[in-house]
Design a protein around this ligand. Structure first.
Ligand code: ADP
Ligand code: MG
Length: 709
């Protein structure tokens, strides 16, 4: 068994199942091993009946006290039983599981595990799972893996497949030597992989995840290093001079550029005129006005007789950019033409767009990753802007460069589809580039407030401009931090906002109910709201398991005002601009990192009207409240990120990853900041030849890819 083998080579995985895994970004056995749980379920301590808290997942040991009853309500079979211990009694309810009745004889003593709810005076466990006492004791200490899924894939099938590999693979060889591991104080790879899938306890789990985070950071840094070397040898093949057209655009804007915007534009200009090709990251908080800066650069490329392209992570964002940009170009009386190219356009529209691109008529091209697909030929591409994607698209740049110079595009594009919230396909390798290629200038724009020290570690010497100034005074968002008792008030408040003609977002951390993790989820929540609002409010649903077209359709409807309230996971985080949305309610706010909450909040407060953000801390713990209070105190993303780093500290692995959009699958730049530093130190201690050998070994051992350095 080779870890680089296709998953189809595994017993029990046929073409159909393989296709599901492919959708989840898993193609090889190694990728399946790296398909790590998104969360772990821990079995709670067994409590007494008198101690149960409504709303919590609880385990209680009860004796069934009377014959259970079964009745039918609408199309549902409802089974009720009562169990008690010395301290009280609890009702047990199951829906559509009538066959359980015969096992629940009076006198039966079992541990029941389920979500507790208050129903009038009495407490109910809904849909409890039943265990023998000894059985439960064994389970208790051991966290159970919960995998991210795509439709059709089940927890059990993932667990089974992983079991098979782990049994058959033998010891997984480490690409790092034993003494290196010891020096760095990290866990051997074999142990780490086995532990993340089947942890013996929470303590080793943290160490195991740290090890895998280390590897991910290390590989990233080795590839940046390679890129850097290459970048030095990349002469500026497209010297772009400052142009009058950009000035005309500035003059036509209804506002003056901020100092930060001007500086960012100047930085880019001096890069594009300079000796080396531009490779710059502009980091600016949400709403700092990055789009205009990008536009000025794109105009510069076009006015110099070349083309500039801007890639956005979603179709919604791309078409939003196109609308705004073509309007601005027109408003300034410029003759530069911008075209849109996205995956969901009709074949005819796409063909027309491609023609405008290949003839050079389009000076500015805006689109999703469809831009890098094979059929697109550029006339003269000199600049690539990537919006809201926080990883340098190394391969993208090269495949675009390939198009620009007519050379074959590099073998493997890094992004094969829309990034999903759970699985990002990433690709480490810069590919074996041809030094003779003329690489276009690259500008990456990100709103992720990475503290500068981390940015330097992550991106090495790549140039960074920080835009730390916001345009004019907008009305600051009003924030409320509440517990679940406030929900009803919040729903009414949202209804009032809608009545005034505004829109709102409700954010839940999960898509659908998972067996036993206590988190609000989009599907159940929207049902609940439907019951509450009736026809008064038009609800929409958005989450990562929807097809890309469906996501875009929903976002489009929301932007057009045909949906009043959007119940969504964090997929709305990315760059969406619906200025009419004035209220956001975030459920389970304590499960998110502050940086992510800040990004989410950035979706409102974009228009003239006063906006409101309501954070619901469903646990209402003091520690979380203290952390969340920072969001009330400041609107400064950079400050929030650094405070968060201090307060959360490393090792908070049960929270939701907050830097997922950086493209790391396992590592989190905030939670794993310690590994980031460790990997950075290790990477810089390596000689070039050693770094190359490590990359090669990694690829040979785990991915079957032949990489030449
Ligand atoms: P982001 O940095 O989040 O991408 P955008 O570029 O979308 O921000 O800009 C947010 C809003 O601010 C847009 O509506 C834009 O027109 C406006 N804007 C940009 N620059 C300025 C400025 N200097 N003064 C006032 N408004 C501005
Ligand atoms: Mg933006």
């Amino acid at each position: 068994m080779e870890l680089g083998d296709k998953i189809e080579s595994l017993k029990g995985i046929g073409d159909k199942t393989a296709a599901l895994y492919h959708r989840a970004g898993v193609f090889s056995l190694w990728e399946l091993l790296m398909y790590i749980p998104r969360d772990y379920m821990r079995y709670p301590e067994v409590k007494r009946a008198g101690e149960l808290r409504p709303g919590a997942l609880e385990a209680v040991c009860l004796t069934i006290s009377a014959e259970p009853t079964l009745y039918h309500a609408r199309s549902m079979a409802v089974l009720n039983a009562v169990g008690s211990d010395g301290t009280g009694s609890v009702r047990l309810t199951w829906f559509n599981m009538p066959y359980l009745k015969k096992n629940l004889r009076p006198g039966l003593k079992r541990v029941f595990l389920g979500k507790a709810a208050a129903r009038g005076e009495s407490l109910v466990l809904e849909h409890p799972k039943t265990f023998k006492e000894e059985e439960y004791e064994k389970l208790k200490g051991k966290p159970e893996s919960i995998y991210p899924l795509v439709k059709g894939l089940t927890q059990n099938s993932v667990r089974k497949a992983l079991n098979t590999i782990l049994k058959e693979v033998g010891e997984i060889e480490d690409y790092l030597e034993a003494d290196t591991l010891e020096r760095l104080g990290i866990m051997p790879l074999d142990r780490a992989i086995r532990t993340v899938h089947e942890p013996e306890n929470a303590g080793v789990l943290i160490a195991a995840k740290k090890r895998l985070a280390f590897d991910e950071f290390l590989r990233f840094m080795l590839s940046v290093r390679k890129l850097k070397e290459k970048n030095y040898s990349v002469k500026n093949g497209y010297k772009l001079m400052e142009c009058a057209e950009a000035g005309r655009l500035m003059d036509s804007l209804p506002f003056k550029l901020t100092g930060a915007q001007l500086k960012a534009y100047r930085d880019c200009l001096s890069d594009m005129e300079g000796e080396r090709a531009m490779m710059r990251l502009i980091q600016g908080d949400v709403g700092s006005g990055k789009t205009v800066v990008a536009l000025l650069c794109l105009i510069t490329a076009a006015a110099n007789g070349y083309q500039g392209a801007m890639m956005a992570p979603t179709e919604v964002l791309a078409s939003q950019h196109q609308q705004k940009i073509s309007k601005l170009l027109k408003g300034a009386g410029l003759k530069i033409r911008s075209v849109l190219l996205t995956g969901s356009m009709t074949e005819k529209e796409k063909r027309e767009a491609r023609e405008l691109i290949s003839s050079g008529e389009a000076g500015i091209v805006i689109g999703t990753h469809a831009l890098i697909q094979d059929k697109v030929e550029y006339k003269n591409l000199a600049l690539v802007v990537t919006d809201e994607q926080h990883r340098f698209g190394v391969n993208q740049r090269e495949s675009l460069a390939g198009k620009a110079s007519g050379a074959p595009s590099s073998s493997k594009a890094s992004v094969t589809g829309e990034p999903s919230e759970e699985v990002m396909s990433t690709n480490w390798e810069a590919g074996d580039g041809d030094e003779a290629l003329r690489l276009p200038h690259v500008l990456v724009m990100s709103a992720t407030p990475i503290p500068r020290t981390l940015a330097i570690i992550l991106y090495g010497d790549l140039d960074i401009t920080v835009m730390d100034e916001k345009p004019e005074e907008r009305q600051p968002i009003k924030n409320a931090l509440v517990d679940i008792r406030y929900r009803k008030k919040a729903y009414d408040f949202i209804r009032d906002q809608v009545k005034e003609g505004h829109q709102g977002y409700i954010i839940c951390p999960a898509i659908e109910a998972s067996e036993m993790i206590e988190m609000e989820n989009v599907l159940d929540y929207s049902e609940k709201l439907k019951g509450y609002y009736g026809d008064e409010i038009r609800l929409g649903i958005l989450h990562g398991k929807l097809k890309a077209e469906e996501k875009d359709r929903v976002m489009g409807e929301f932007a057009a005002g045909n949906i009043d309230v959007l119940v969504s996971t964090t997929v709305v985080e990315v760059g969406v601009d619906v200025p009419n949305a004035t209220v956001m309610l975030i459920e389970d706010a304590q499960r998110f990192g502050l940086a992510q909450l800040h990004q989410l909040r950035g979706r409102i407060g974009r228009g003239d009207a006063q906006s409101y953000c309501i954070f619901v801390n469903t646990q209402d713990s003091d520690k979380d409240n203290e952390r969340l209070r920072i969001l009330k105190e400041t609107n400064d993303g950079f400050k929030i990120a650094s405070e968060d780093l201090k307060l959360r500290g490393p090792g908070d692995m049960f929270g939701i990853r907050q830097s997922g959009e950086l493209g790391f699958k396992i590592a989190d730049i905030y939670n794993d900041a310690d590994m980031l530093e460790l990997a950075a130190g290790f990477a810089s201690s390596l000689k070039d030849s050693e770094a190359g050998r490590l990359s090669r070994e990694f690829n040979e051992k785990y991915t079957n890819e032949k990489v030449t350095l």
